[in-house]
Design a protein around this ligand. Sequence first.
Ligand SMILES: Cc1cc2nc3c(=O)[nH]c(=O)nc-3n(C[C@H](O)[C@H](O)[C@H](O)COP(=O)(O)O)c2cc1C
Length: 136
Amino acid sequence: MQFKRLAYTSLAALDLTVEQLFDIGQTARDLNGLDGITGLLLFNGTHFLQWIEGAPEAIDDLMERLRRDPRHSAVEIRETELADERLFPDWSMKLVRVRTHYQEAHDDVLEKLPVGLSDAIRARIAGMVELISVEV
Ligand SMILES: Cc1cc2nc3c(=O)[nH]c(=O)nc-3n(C[C@H](O)[C@H](O)[C@H](O)COP(=O)(O)O)c2cc1C
């Protein structure tokens, strides 16, 4: 089976609370477990950068739900591809908090992502974090 993988960025609601962030992570893990979706969600305090991967129909359905979700806006797809293997097979949704400035966020990605992820994938994710970062 071919997996669809998609990365998008969005702007978190200004009044987003810690509880809401926790809920997003919980819902994502629960539903993704049922839908066969895996991925990674980075949050820097103002923006999200999320990778989702799974069956193409499951990813399209999730994108529709995400676009309707008032807890974020300005959803912009940054990368979409078909792949034979998952990048994040072990995470129904891994939430990682990163800092705001690009170099710090870049370091956070390299340091905070769990072992088991190849250096190439780590570097690819760290590069894309620029999309949500503030320049120093
Ligand atoms: C930044 C962000 C990431 C989310 N990630 C997921 C996810 O990976 N999987 C998921 O099922 N829902 C995720 N959600 C929640 C969905 O937007 C939606 O609320 C949920 O899928 C339930 O759909 P429904 O509200 O249409 O019933 C996320 C929401 C936000 C704001």
